[in-house]
Design a protein around this ligand. Structure first.
Ligand code: GTP
Length: 596
């Protein structure tokens, strides 16, 4: 155990974790340079293309130190985006040390700080690494000072590196050996292992990654998962290198994988404890949380006949993404579909994209909303996840909405515009701290509903990219929530209903009406587009009637031309959804919702 080092790599998004990890893998010859593809650990196509890490990844390296001693390094690469922060916290809990990467041209950002706090909470040894020092815009002295201020280390503690050119890799290796403590734990105690990630393999089923804190895990033994109380036989266990390498057993201090024939990732929960079924440990490793979806939206197949295919595709996606939840939903306008829950907007986008790429399934997504809590006049409380769940105002006692604490780090000159943005989003400033003369940290309390959609993009544009952002849930607070309905010639279009705060209803309604006016084709009659809250119309647009008869130009005589034209129209109609008397092109649903 004394030669094992378990560490993770934490950083703000795009500060170069995956690239630096590649260099470490090369340096330890875990992977051959010839077989190297950029960002080896980001093995989903989508991760590579977007250049982001979606899942945590773990890999074992054998490192021969300068004194000839051999060490086993278990390195865990963690996702950077806030949607996936639960995985970061579990990965951190599986380690004794952390390489904290800071991009030398960007300096400390919001997730640098939030991940650092997580690492400190878990008592990890922090090794600060100033990365990307090859860049011309690298501000080595300034960013070193920021790091010293933040973690209270000395200048000598900070390693200088570049994942691109390979500078500093040996120094990182030496620091991991000397500064990260070897794991503690008792191999003779009952088994206690933390699941920090799971992946789905279509041949092997679910593969769970774990870190053993105490005891031993052997092939063929029966193990129990603490929170699900289910027992399984260990079909295979082993260590993670570029491939899975089976082992007869693993003991305290080690990181590995387990295969038990589980076919659905729902059965395995990240954060759960694995113990021995016959000689179980008495306590679970603390910190386990059920991951809750934050954003809900309806997903409908473009063609109604594809409903079963969509169910199939969602089930397959759920096999390797337990955080995706869904249940059937019907819409008058869109037919049969599913109400799905996501971790955040990035997660929603990823699912949409995976449906399209991996299953050739294009979907219409309805206006996303967060999950609210309502209490009716009878005193019954229930969740509100779709506009249809919100009771009539006469029967409604109270609605509560989720609030978050947001940390924004920026340059002082942007404080004013950021304050304006946050106030417009119903936020309250609770703290303002200068980290250095040139960097200020603002803390706001904001409704989650206001930040899940366009907040981050707006923040980036008003601060010219000089603001970073991170958030965590705090509580639920009373909210003046209303259901905004869109009507076409008086007929309600349920797929366009949205849950919005009363103060935002008018501007949102106006936006949708204007957009629909651009998107709907003129028809033989006048179309009234209205946005309403209850009986009150708050926005209205009109599309004037089209008078021309489309077949008129066929001069009555040529029957075949006329038929052809009508056929063509029929084809077009298939792509239309009938809302009362009005035909709405499917594309309009897709496009109108892009504005959110
Ligand atoms: P997430 O996984 O999304 O959190 O990103 P990441 O932190 O893994 O960053 P990644 O390694 O994907 O690098 C982000 C960008 O920075 C890429 O375009 C890299 O090519 C570039 N990059 C990474 N390391 C270096 C470096 O040392 N020097 C320079 N010049 N560019 C780098």
């Amino acid at each position: 155990m004394k030669n094992i080092r378990n560490f993770c790599v934490i950083a703000h998004i795009d500060h170069g974790k995956s690239t630096l990890s590649d260099r470490l893998l090369e340096f330890t010859k875990t992977i051959d340079k010839r077989n190297m593809v950029a960002q080896t650990l980001d093995n989903m196509d989508l991760e590579r293309e977007r250049g982001i890490t979606i899942k945590s990844h773990a890999i074992q390296m054998r490192y021969v130190h300068t004194d000839g001693e051999v060490y086993v390094f278990n390195m865990i690469d963690t996702p950077g985006h806030v949607d996936f922060s639960y995985e970061v916290s579990r990965s951190i809990a599986a380690c004794e040390g952390a390489l904290l990467l800071v991009d030398a041209s960007q300096g400390i950002q919001a997730q640098t700080i939030s991940n650092l706090y997580l690492a400190i909470e878990h008592d990890l040894e922090i090794i600060p690494v100033l990365n990307k020092i090859d860049m011309e815009s690298a501000m080595i002295d300034e960013v070193s000072d920021q790091i010293i201020d933040l973690i209270g280390c000395t200048k000598e503690d900070i390693l200088l590196a570049s994942g691109k050119t390979g500078i500093g890799i040996q120094e990182i290796m030496t620091a991991v050996v000397n500064r990260v403590p070897a794991p503690k734990g008792d191999p003779e105690a009952p088994l206690q292992a933390l699941i920090f990630d799971s992946v789905f393999n279509s041949f092997r089923g679910v593969i769970a990654y774990f870190r053993i804190l105490n005891g031993r895990m052997r092939k063929g033994e029966k193990v129990r998962f603490f929170h699900t109380s289910k027992e399984y036989e260990v079909d295979e266990l082993g260590i993670l290198q570029m491939n899975l390498i089976p082992q007869p057993y693993l003991e305290a201090g080690n990181v590995g994988y387990i295969i038990t024939g589980i076919k659905e990732s729902r059965e395995i929960k990240v954060g759960d404890t694995i113990t021995n079924a016959i000689n179980p440990c008495t306590e679970a490793i603390h910190g386990f949380e059920d991951v809750k979806p934050m954003v809900f939206a309806g997903l409908f197949p473009i063609d109604n006949d594809d409903f079963e295919d969509l169910r199939d595709s969602l089930e397959k996606l759920q096999l390797n993404d337990a955080s995706l939840v869904f249940e059937p939903e019907t819409s008058v306008a869109l037919g049969f579909g599913f109400r799905c829950g996501f971790l955040g907007m990035l997660h929603l986008e990823i699912i949409q994209e995976r449906l399209s790429r991996e299953f050739n399934m294009e979907v219409i997504t309805t206006v996303p909303n967060v999950s609210y809590f309502a209490t009716n006049t009878k005193g019954e409380a229930f969740p509100v996840r779709t506009p249809a769940d919100l009771p009539d105002p006469n029967y409604l006692q109270e609605v509560q909405e989720p609030y978050i604490r947001a940390q924004i780090i920026t340059k002082p000159e942007y404080i004013g515009t950021i304050m304006t943005l946050c106030m417009e989003k119903r936020g309250i400033l609770t703290r303002q701290t200068y980290l250095t003369t040139y960097r200020v940290e603002l803390t706001f309390e904001l409704p989650l509903a206001e930040i899940v959609f366009d907040f981050y993009d707006r923040l980036k544009s008003i601060s010219r990219g000089y603001a970073s952002f991170d958030y965590s849930m705090i509580d639920y607070r009373a909210s003046d929530l209303v259901k905004l309905e869109i009507k076409l010639n008086g007929e309600n279009v349920d797929a366009l209903s949205a849950l919005v705060h009363r103060s935002k209803a008018e501007s949102f309604g106006r936006k949708i009406c204007t957009r629909l006016k651009e998107l709907l084709p003129r028809q033989q009659f006048l179309i009234a587009i209205q946005a309403a809250v209850g009986a009150k119309i708050i926005a209205r647009e009109t599309i004037s009637a089209l008078r021309k008869d489309v077949t008129a130009k066929c001069y009555g005589g040529d029957i075949s031309r006329k038929r052809k034209l009508l056929e063509k129209q029929k084809e077009g109609k298939k792509k239309m959804r009938q809302i009362g008397s009005v035909e709405v092109p499917q594309k309009a649903f897709l496009d109108v919702l892009k504005l959110t």
